[in-house]
Design a protein. Structure first.
Length: 387
């Protein structure tokens, strides 16, 4: 049964001509309409949108992503809304995926879609497909969110049949976004001091630019906000758990930036790994610290745990990780420790398998030209954003 007319694609764009054509080409077969709100493009973005049959609207940019995003939602005419950015692509694994929208229970408000920001990084999940309802509107001047904090866990479900691919940033774009985002987040913080999610984003920027004292102050603000869930996170257990995971991960990153001793790192990461057993960020830290301290058997167990999370795909997707670190890198380290512990034959097989997997990942991550040849590797920040 054709279901194309059940879905509205809603976008806000500004100077996205470089990527917009590919974005709309990926989504057009699956949506009944395309709503594009242009916030002041000086390139061919508007013309490209019109070529794809979009309903084009224009609104001046006022420094608030939620206002622009909500204006696009108001134009949607179909029961479900899909939100994409101009530098994203929709990839569909099952051509019948939209049947799920027809049989979805009424209390399900939306779906989380996997999104990959860079081929070297693991996917995270974002709420981009949801019902067209007047009470589902974004808030936040940047990193805008839908107001689902007080809703039951079951109101949002994962949807694995489709996924989003983000065009990797170039270095100049990435660095310019840090400055822009910082300005927006500081303004949001003044108006919403208990919004721990935005505090976390602001703290990460301060860490990125080396302002450790400011990052530490924001970490404290974030902790206080999470401790007052009625004002920020809401009462959903999943939302509270994700908030605590971000808090502890940032606490660890900040400690590393301040030069953390192996003993302290082992204690911090071991405790966090026990609290968040599906987060490889902590188990990998515990493994590295244990190895530095000569605790080889203990390190081996942590490396094995990290690798098994990656191999099974059952790791927590609140954060983003580098495939090579939690996958083949952990397996390689496990092989090296096996050799130290005298298990030479097994060590050789493990190291060989790790090298094979690392080569496969490198080949998969390398971008290709139209004729299939590999082109220059896409630039990536030293560490994934913890999103």
């Amino acid at each position: 049964m054709p279901l194309v007319a059940e879905l509205s694609l809603c976008m806000i764009v500004r100077n996205e001509a470089k990527h917009l054509d590919a974005c709309l080409a990926s989504a057009r077969p699956w949506v009944g309409e395309i709503v594009v709100v242009d916030t002041g493009s000086s390139d061919d973005s508007r013309a490209i949108a019109c070529r794809w049959g979009a309903r084009l609207f224009e609104t001046p940019w006022c420094g608030d992503f939620s206002l622009a995003r909500n204006f696009s939602l108001q134009q949607a005419r179909f029961p479900w809304i899909l939100v994409l950015d101009g530098d994203e692509r929709l990839e569909v694994d099952d051509p019948h995926w939209k049947q799920q929208l027809v049989v979805t229970p009424a209390d399900t408000l939306g779906f989380r879609l996997p999104i990959t920001l860079h081929p070297e990084w693991t996917a995270t999940e974002v709420l981009r497909l949801f019902r067209n309802r007047a009470d589902l509107r974004y808030s936040g001047v940047i990193h805008e969110q839908l107001p689902l904090q007080q809703q039951p866990e079951s109101c949002v479900q994962p949807l694995q049949k489709v996924q989003l691919q983000h065009v990797p940033y170039d270095r100049a774009h990435f660095e310019s976004k840090l400055s822009r985002n910082c300005e927006h987040l500081e303004r949001h913080r003044l108006a919403h001091p208990h919004d721990h999610f935005q505090l976390w984003h602001l703290a990460r920027i301060q860490l990125e630019i080396g302002n450790l004292e400011r990052a530490a102050l924001l970490l404290d603000e974030m902790a206080r906000a999470i401790a007052s869930p009625g004002q920020s996170t809401g009462t959903r257990p999943g939302a509270l758990a994700s908030a605590r995971l971000r808090l502890e991960a940032f606490r660890y990153e900040l400690a590393l930036a301040r030069t953390l001793s192996p003993d302290a790192e082992r204690a911090l990461c071991s405790a966090a790994a026990l609290e968040f057993p599906r987060c490889p960020f902590f188990s990998l830290g515990a493994a590295r610290a244990s190895r530095q301290l000569g605790r080889h058997a203990e390190a081996l167990q942590w490396y094995r745990h990290t690798y098994r999370l990656w191999r099974s795909g059952r790791y927590d997707r609140t954060l983003i990780y580098r495939h090579t670190q939690i996958g083949p890198g952990s397996l390689m380290a496990a092989g090296q420790l096996l050799a130290i512990l005298g298990r030479q034959q097994l060590a050789g097989r493990v190291v060989g398998e790790a090298a094979r997997q690392a080569s496969a990942l490198a080949a998969a991550a390398a971008p290709t030209t139209k004729d299939g040849a590999q082109s220059q590797q896409a630039w990536a920040p030293a560490e994934p954003p913890r999103r």
